[in-house]
Design a protein around this ligand. Structure first.
Ligand code: HEM
Ligand SMILES: [Cu+2]
Length: 642
């Protein structure tokens, strides 16, 4: 499998042998628990997020089955509350964001010509925390103790006097726990993209996907503290008698909403923006040209990242805030359609000017554009306060945000899965199976969610476990349910396609699509060290340069072999000039131990076993100290990444 990479100029057999030795990870159980390889961690993120997606998707099918006919009793009201809350919470926090982190982890180092992420051990830690926090939250469902107050968990219903039991404690602690993973992942992306880019990859040559991931990583760093503050106060209110959100004790219920949406609105863009990055990565390979208006897209990514922090009140148009604030936030919400529109038009122009290759990834991109534009249109309708007040908390809202989230995130992810499957697994997928999967998911999506606009306009509220037979409601609900089974079938076919590729797929060449970015210049799947030599980049499309130009002056050419250890290059932030070689850390148990101690800590807090929590906190502190202890091996002039 290494045939394609060993041809790089300036690499001898002994270099390759040494690289293989330094970066080798034996196929042992120990290696499995201690690996810090960003590709393995990325794959794990993808698989784990897909697993949580299946759980959340099955929850959705239960809901749709319950709602197929009026007055049915598949689940009780209490069960329904937990199911829709876990569905929404898991889809947002345990599927969409981690899935994109999975793509980012696998791809960012490959796309920027690095051998790993900046902090490989922190990366492993982030994955274990994600896994444990996800299991922590899902495990509450069989006990009937799952969060039950909707994914945005409004006060005062989140307060213990209105909502006894563990439900909302699971929510608060679970999200605080998970936030540790998201934050460490985000910091890792920022530092990796700023310091580890291959020589020559100045900021104007950074792939759009990497731009999108870095912009969203910054958004995570700024948005997540609001959610963490909210959940900390919630836990204090529930357990220790504070009154942050309890008006009878001088608290304020709207404080919860403000903090939640200061996080929550940017979060929607965190999900959608990085998914849009996938679209920009997929398009060049299937249009045979670079994405039109690179700089405008970068600017629009940055603009969206900033403006999205200024529109949170559009989720609160029904709360009775001062009229003037409605005008302001309504205007700001409209403004954000401009940069989003710029990207859409840039992609359309790319497709018009390019030569379309209608393979499955491109089909999903087209499905994305159709669906996302419809979701964007209803979004613009909500920016009109009067309309919002009419339809808020109705199924019209449910229709809108599924168009945005499935159209704007799931379809791009599916495009990404088919596009990068050869790189990730070393196997090609089956085109026919992929086409069936596309048409079923696309049709299923619209049959499920389009009617919800109508049921919403006819007055059906969201979050009801059943309804009386009403003219206009029954038929469309049945249609929605049939659609959801079609959609599920399509998604099942995606899974079948992946398994089929793994079992039967043709071995993938290094560059099956003639992609333009550096990951396609590595073997499929890439060697543990990614690149035998750190490439040197001369344009926005290094893989195309290498393909067209025989001469090594224009393409991605060799920079340095760096085969004398686990090493990669640090470069300067703006113009990516070589600074120094850095040693990368070896496999380690510490990430797993630290995440495990945190799991014990959060579980003990949940069950009010405070002495156990104190012991776990001490283990956490000790592990961090051991982690940060200076390495015994002196590294003299070399920097050490942790
Ligand atoms: C796979 C097919 C899906 C189906 C059939 C589906 C179905 C539903 C339904 C019927 C509801 C309304 C529950 C109610 O108000 O009673 C709902 C809520 C929700 N869904 Fe989905 N959904 C799907 C996928 C997704 C995806 C991919 C996401 C996000 C990435 C998502 C995020 C949400 C959220 C945030 C809620 C709101 C939960 C709440 O009200 O607290 N869904 N979904
Ligand atoms: Cu919003």
């Amino acid at each position: 499998m290494s045939t394609t990479t060993s041809t790089a100029p300036g690499v001898g057999r002994d270099d390759l042998a040494r690289l293989a030795e330094h970066w080798a990870e034996p196929r042992s159980l120990r290696a499995w628990f201690t690996t810090v390889d960003h590709k393995k961690i990325g794959r794990r993120y993808l698989v784990t997020a897909a697993f949580f997606f299946v759980l959340a998707g099955l929850s959705a099918l239960v809901m749709r089955t319950q709602l197929a006919r009026p007055e049915s009793g598949v689940v009780s009201p209490q069960e329904y509350n937990q199911i829709f809350t876990m569905h929404g919470t898991a889809m947002i926090f345990l599927f969409a964001t981690p899935m994109l982190f999975g793509f980012g982890n696998f791809l960012v180092p490959l796309m920027i010509g690095s051998r790993d992420m900046a902090f490989p051990r922190l990366n492993a830690f982030g994955y274990w925390v994600f896994l444990f926090a996800g299991l922590f939250m899902w495990a509450s469902l069989p006990f009937g103790a799952a969060p039950n107050n909707g994914w945005f968990a409004y006060a005062p219903l989140n307060q213990v006097q209105h909502n006894p039991g563990l439900h909302m404690d699971v929510y608060a602690l679970g999200l605080l726990f998970l936030g540790i993973s998201t934050t460490s992942g985000a910091i890792n992306f920022i530092v990796t993209a700023l310091k580890l880019r291959a020589p020559g990859m100045s900021l104007n040559r950074v792939p759009l996907f990497v731009w999108a991931i870095v912009a969203t990583a910054f958004m995570v760093v700024f948005a997540l503290p609001a959610l963490n503050a909210d959940n900390t106060m919630l836990f204090l209110d529930r357990r220790f008698g504070t009154h942050f959100f309890d008006p009878s004790g001088g608290g304020n219920v709207l404080l919860w909403q403000h903090l939640f949406w200061i996080f929550g609105h940017p979060d929607v863009y965190i999900i959608v923006l990085s998914a849009l990055g996938i679209v920009s990565a997929v398009l060049p390979a299937f249009t045979r040209r670079g994405v039109v208006a690179y700089s405008l897209i970068v600017l629009s990514i940055v603009a969206i990242a900033i403006i999205s922090f200024g529109v949170w009140v559009h989720h609160m148009f029904a709360t009775g805030l001062p009229q003037l604030s409605y005008s302001f936030f309504s205007a700001a919400s409209t403004v954000i359609t401009i940069p989003s529109g710029i990207q859409i038009f840039a992609w359309l122009a790319t497709m018009l000017l390019g030569r379309l290759v209608l393979r499955v990834p491109l089909l999903f991109v087209i499905g994305f554009i159709v669906t996302f534009v419809l979701g964007g249109l209803t979004g613009a309708m909500f920016a009109v306060t009067a309309f919002d007040q009419q339809v808020t908390d109705s199924y019209f809202v449910v229709a809108h945000f599924h168009y945005v989230l499935i159209g704007g995130a799931v379809f791009p992810m599916l495009a990404g899965i088919y596009y990068w499957l050869p790189k990730i697994t070393g196997r090609m997928y089956h085109e026919g199976l992929g086409r069936w999967a596309f048409w079923l998911t696309f049709a299923g999506m619209h049959v499920t969610f389009f009617p919800m606009h109508l049921t919403g306009l006819f007055g059906m509220p969201r979050r009801v476990y059943t309804y009386r037979s009403e003219p206009g409601w029954d038929g469309w609900n049945l249609v929605s349910t049939v659609g959801s089974y079609l959609l599920a079938l399509g998604l099942l076919l995606v899974l079948v396609g992946v398994v089929h590729a793994l079992r039967r797929g043709r071995p993938a060449p290094a560059d099956p699509w003639e992609g333009d970015s550096l990951e396609w210049s590595t073997a499929s799947p890439p060697e543990p060290y990614n690149f035998p030599v750190i490439p040197r980049v001369h344009s926005l499309h290094p893989a195309w340069d290498a393909r067209t130009a025989e001469s090594t002056t224009t393409g991605a050419t060799a920079e340095r072999v760096l085969s004398d250890g686990r090493r990669t290059l640090f470069t300067s932030e703006l113009d990516a000039r070589t600074e120094r070689a850095v040693d990368m850390p070896e496999s380690s148990f510490k990430p797993l131990v630290l995440a495990g101690a945190l799991l014990v800590f959060f579980t003990a807090m949940l069950l009010a076993a405070y002495p156990v929590a104190v012991v776990a906190a001490l283990v956490v502190a000790a592990t961090i100290a051991a982690w940060l202890w200076p390495p015994r091996r002196p590294d003299e002039e070399l920097g050490v990444a942790s």
